[in-house]
Write a protein that binds this ligand. Sequence first.
Ligand SMILES: Cc1ncc(COP(=O)(O)OP(=O)(O)O)c(N)n1
Ligand SMILES: Cc1nc(C(=O)O)sc1CCOP(=O)(O)O
Ligand SMILES: [Mg+2]
Length: 224
Amino acid sequence: MSVTLDTYLVTQEDLSAGRTTTEIVDAAIAGGIDIVQVREKHRSAADQLAITRELREPTADAGVALVVNDRVDVAVAAEADGVHLGDDDLPVAPARDQLGEDAIIGRSVSTVAAAATAEENGADYLGVGAVYATSSKDVDADEQAIGLDTLTEIAEAVDIPIVGIGGVTPGRAADVVEAGADGVAVISAITAADDPEDATRALAEAVRSGKRRRADDPAVEGSA
Ligand SMILES: Cc1ncc(COP(=O)(O)OP(=O)(O)O)c(N)n1
Ligand SMILES: Cc1nc(C(=O)O)sc1CCOP(=O)(O)O
Ligand SMILES: [Mg+2]
């Protein structure tokens, strides 16, 4: 399954300054978001299902992919386009068995070895991070931001697309893409923004700028 990953919104309603996830997603759609992941970890399965169902029609109408964090069962019930899985979630292969060949399955990684394994296991794309430090996700004390050099190593090690996640802002997105990411995934840069629509546009412009910079880089094979 091929999917556009330039700008990727991961939802988290408690960072949205009182706005609902649906309001944030509507604004992101207006700003040109490519893919949305429902990640409401502190909500019940029933609530996650209700939110995902509410987003099904507006995302489909806009041609925006809709995936669910962690929960294959919620993705199936809401007829979402796929799931995003990490170390604590169902492995990719059994998720694929349940969701089918056309589903989008993303996998979180932070090392080259894990990226190669996820690709072998059939992931469609990788979420690579945390690129920069972030307060949006609780991480173990020994988990550090991986930085741009590790992101580049991962991008060079796999053939599937990767998105950089963790502390990404419009001001940093071009660097992340120039380093090898196909797109950027964010929570707070859109969700906590005063104007989530404008923030999405700014992110998309930064991704385009990063792609132009990479294409112009003589160190990159096949570029100018
Ligand atoms: C696009 C993207 N990349 C990485 C993650 C992190 O997933 P995971 O490691 O499973 O952690 P949780 O998000 O489940 O807390 C992601 N969600 N999305
Ligand atoms: C959900 C998530 N996963 C990460 C990882 O490193 O796998 S970092 C992260 C949080 C991203 O939020 P923000 O854009 O606000 O930094
Ligand atoms: Mg997870």
